[in-house]
Structures are given as structure tokens and as C-alpha cells.
Write a protein that binds this ligand. Structure first.
Ligand code: NAD
Length: 476
């Protein structure tokens, strides 16, 4: 595939390209242009030229185009889901969910098109004040490989409905679904230059976009370390930033929880997308009094899971997305064994057999008796490894849960309303789930505290992140 600049499919200025690989089979599925500073500059120029025309359309006209695009995405859902699985690795059913999620988010922001406006504010001494909301101009979106379609929707939908134009840089290993979705938006009538996609590395294309004087806002999703670099560069131009970064979500299972539901919640929460979800359950704290029974159930269920190519039937978990993640998980689990940082009771290995020989597969892994200083609890483990820690009570669970630099999500599993209230009040996280984990909705704001980032995606709050509030003071 080619890049998407000014409504056209284009090669990189340098003429160079790079491979996109299927992480389940090692097969090269496509090549995309290797963009550089020149391509980023061309895309910003296209977005800049398109801005005044797009900003002067009504929000309802913009919504008409986005709504049409959502319809085409729904019609082509299966084809898009196959493409997403081939480049990302997740099971086909998860890819279908993600493509539906893309359409849902687009449609949700279309619904907000008629309702965003400023306020009328009476002020003392015979005056009036009112506010108007204006788009910011050219925005840049930089996204990761774990949920490329959904995160694209989280960024482009509020940005475009608000009247901004955008340049998006996909992750280097998952640009194909993003490029296809951009061409669908063009087909639905999005004018040239309003949405541009530049493929290439973060260090070159990503940094060029962040540094460009014409770019007024950067919405970034990725690792905390990269987010800090983006924030530093953006500070030079005093640009607006939204930073959606890593997490190490705790899940607290109390002694009165429904253990069956908690077991399935833990497995889905940890292993969805092969554990590569920012809000995955990355640390599980269970009350000592129910730990033995809970861990037995967890162990039995995790052993039943089927790992394989996401396009094959009856698969619960696909491969990791890339070699770097695969090597990291292998090294981390080897470290657990070597340094006695817990007891592996299920999984812990690369599965054997010809079906697995060319992909980045790893068994779903359960580690118990994990010491507090273990890497499993200190680092953001982006893979299918679930560490379980026993705690005496809720007070200890919350103290341990909050012992992290992150603050993305957290869940508490209990039937006791007092415990629910305590968890919601005291857990340091941007989103708290009760008796569930992972659920997100376009209507509900999403984003973290601490090193998990700044700003919100989803809901009306995300729309505000793409609008400037201008205050008018009248003396009459
Ligand atoms: P990453 O930080 O390595 O890369 C993210 C994007 O930034 C990619 O497009 C990459 O090319 C680009 N990039 C890399 N270096 C850059 C630089 N110097 N300047 C500008 N852009 C640069 O992250 P990843 O490995 O792709 O994604 C996994 C991470 O994303 C995890 O930490 C995960 O928790 C996080 N994540 C967070 C959320 C959220 O909403 N909070 C959602 C999904 C993923």
C-alpha cells in the first residue's frame, strides 16, 4: 500500500519502502513507503491548505461524511478484520470487535456535531460575555500497534468533527488497516488533505510532525518513555498535547467476589489481544482466604486456552505482535525462573510444533507467589503473563495496587458496596471497573493519571481537547 497524502496514494519522497509482516506466519504481507521529514512536511502542508475549507463547513456536514464512512466500514467489516489480524495478530473475532468499535466511535462523534457550542455568561457592571469554540488547525496523531483501528477512531473522530485537519502516523508494523480506513473516508467524501497518513519511523516521521510549527496539537498514544519525548518536543512550540500512555492495571479480588466471574474476567482482562492492551490486568491481588480456590480455577481455565493463528477457527489467543515484544516476554519469564521471582503454574514457554515455528507465539502464563520487588510487578508487562499476589485485606490490596508510577485503570471485584466505594475513592486510576475489567465505550471518558498520561479520549471531553475556547467580552 501507499501513503495517503492530500487524498492521493503516494510513494515516499525517497522512493524507499519497508515490509509489513504477519506475526503468526512470518510471511511478508505488504510493503509501505518509508516516509521521512519531506513526506511529513508534505502531509502537514496538505492539512494546512485544507484547514480553512474544512473548518468553514458545518459540523453537521462533517458528520454526514463521517457517518457515511462508518456505514462503508460496517459493510466491509469482515475484509477489514482479516487485514487487521494479518498485520496485528489478534484473533479474527477481536479484530471484528475493533472494526465495529471504529464505526461506533465515528458515529458517536457524529451525534455530538449539533451539540458543541460556547456559553452565554452575564458579567457584572452592564456587560455580557460569551464563549465560542474554534478548531485548533492542523493536528497530528501518533498511534501504536496494539489497537490501530480503535485508537485511530479515538483521535480522528473528535478532531475532524471539531473542524481540524489531521496528519496521522501509524505504528511502523500496523499501517495497513489505517491506510485502508483513510481511503474509505475519502470514498465517503472527506475532502483531500483533511486526513493524511504518513508511514515511517517514530524517530523520523513522528518527531517531524511534533516539531512542525504548523502543527497545533499532538495526540499521542504509546509508551510512557516515548510520551515524555513527545511532550518535551511539543513544549518547545507550546503545543497542546494529549498523551495516552502505558499502564499496570491492578485487579483486586475480594473474599466475597463471585470467583467464577472473577476468573473469566481475569483471563479476558489479561489475555485479550495476547495481553497487549494498555488497560490489561497486569497485577492481580487476591484475598488470602480465597486465594487457593481462586488460583486452582484460574490454572484450570488458562490451561484450556488455545493459542494459534488468529485467522484459524477456535483460537483464543494469537501471537505477540512483534519480535521485540516476544523477546521481552521470553526474557522476563526466564528471569522469573532464574531469580525465583514467583512460581509458574501454567504456561511459561514458547509452544512447540510446526504451527508455531514462524510466529511470535507464547503460552498464556500464570505466575503465583510473586514477590513485591519482582519485575512482573514493577514493569509494564505487555504480553500474556499474569502475576498473582495474595493480600490480607482491602487496605493492603489498595496500598499494593497504588504502588506504581502508572494510573490508567483498576478493578475491584466484590459484592460489598462499602468496598466498592472505598476502591473507587482510593485507587489511583483514571478508570475504575467494578466486577469487570477492560470495558470501554465511546460515551465514557478514557485516560490515565500519573505516568499513564494527560487528557482524555472518548466522550465530550475528548472533543474539547480539539477545540479552542475564545471568550468575547461585550460592553453595551
Ligand atoms: P511506542 O511508544 O513505541 O510507539 C507509539 C508510536 O509512537 C508509534 O507510532 C511509534 O512509531 C511512535 N514513536 C516512537 N518514537 C517516537 C518519537 N521519538 N517521536 C514521535 N513518535 C514516536 O509504543 P508501542 O510499543 O507502539 O505501543 C505500546 C504502548 O502503548 C504500551 O505502553 C501501551 O500501554 C501504550 N498504549 C496506551 C494506550 C492508552 O490509551 N493509554 C492505548 C494503547 C496503547
Amino acid at each position: 500500500m501507499k501513503m495517503h497524502i492530500n487524498g492521493k496514494s503516494v510513494e515516499a519522497y525517497s522512493g524507499e519502502s519497508f515490509d509489513i509482516m504477519n506475526p503468526a506466519t512470518g510471511e511478508i504481507i505488504d510493503r509501505v513507503p518509508k516516509g521521512t521529514e519531506n513526506d511529513a512536511a508534505m502531509a502537514v502542508e496538505a492539512a494546512s491548505s485544507a484547514f480553512s475549507g474544512w473548518a468553514s463547513t458545518s459540523p453537521q456536514q462533517r458528520a454526514g461524511i463521517l457517518y457515511k464512512a462508518a456505514g462503508i466500514v460496517r459493510q466491509r467489516k469482515d475484509e477489514l478484520a482479516v487485514l487487521l489480524t494479518r498485520e496485528q495478530g489478534k484473533p479474527f473475532a477481536e479484530s471484528k470487535n475493533e472494526i465495529e468499535g471504529f464505526a461506533n466511535v465515528l458515529e458517536y462523534y457524529c451525534g455530538l456535531a449539533s451539540s458543541f457550542h460556547g456559553d452565554f455568561i452575564p458579567v457584572p457592571q452592564n456587560g455580557y460575555s460569551f464563549t465560542i469554540k474554534k478548531p485548533l488547525g492542523v493536528c497530528a496523531a501518533i498511534i501504536p500497534w496494539n489497537m490501530p483501528a480503535l485508537i485511530m477512531a479515538w483521535k480522528i473522530s473528535p478532531a475532524l468533527i471539531a473542524g481540524n485537519t489531521l496528519v496521522l502516523k501509524p505504528a511502523s508494523n500496523t499501517p495497513l488497516t489505517n491506510l485502508t480506513l483513510a481511503s474509505i473516508l475519502s470514498e465517503a467524501g472527506l475532502p483531500p488533505g483533511v486526513l493524511n497518513i504518513v508511514t515511517g519511523s517514530g524517530e523520523v516521521v513522528g518527531e517531524s510532525l511534533v516539531k512542525s510549527p504548523q502543527v497545533k496539537k499532538i495526540s499521542f498514544t504509546g509508551e510512557a518513555r516515548t510520551g515524555k519525548r513527545v511532550a518535551e518536543l511539543a513544549a518547545g512550540g507550546m503545543k497542546r498535547v494529549t498523551l495516552e500512555l502505558g499502564g499496570s492495571d491492578p485487579m483486586i479480588v475480594c473474599d466475597d467476589a463471585n470467583l467464577e466471574t472473577a476468573v473469566s474476567g481475569a483471563l479476558r482482562g489479561r489475555l485479550y489481544n495476547c495481553g497487549q492492551t494498555c488497560t490489561a490486568v497486569k497485577r492481580l491481588f487476591v484475598f488470602e482466604s480465597v486465594a487457593e480456590g481462586f488460583i486452582k480455577k484460574l490454572e484450570a481455565s488458562i490451561r484450556n486456552l488455545r493459542v494459534g493463528n488468529g485467522l484459524h477457527e477456535n483460537i483464543d489467543m494469537g501471537p505477540l505482535n512483534n519480535c521485540r515484544q516476544w523477546e521481552y516476554i521470553k526474557e522476563l519469564v526466564a528471569d522469573v525462573e532464574e531469580k525465583n521471582e514467583g512460581r509458574i503454574v501454567a504456561g511459561g514457554r514458547v509452544p512447540e510444533g510446526s504451527a508455531y515455528s514462524r510466529g511470535y507465539f507464547f503460552e498464556p502464563t500464570l505466575v503465583v507467589d510473586v514477590p513485591r520487588e519482582s519485575r512482573l510487578l514493577k514493569e509494564e508487562v505487555f504480553g500474556p503473563v499474569l502475576p498473582v499476589v495474595q493480600v490480607k485485606n482491602l487496605e493492603e490490596a489498595i496500598e499494593e495496587a497504588n504502588n506504581t508510577c502508572y494510573g490508567l485503570g483498576a478493578s475491584i471485584w466484590t459484592k460489598n458496596i462499602d468496598r466498592v466505594r472505598t476502591g473507587c475513592e482510593q485507587l489511583n486510576a483514571g478508570i475504575i471497573w467494578v466486577n469487570q475489567h477492560l470495558k470501554v465505550a465511546p460515551e465514557a471518558p478514557f485516560g490515565g493519571t500519573g505516568e499513564s498520561g494527560i487528557g482524555k479520549e472518548n466522550g465530550p471531553d475528548a472533543l474539547s481537547e480539539y477545540l479552542d475556547l475564545k471568550t468575547i467580552m461585550l460592553k453595551i
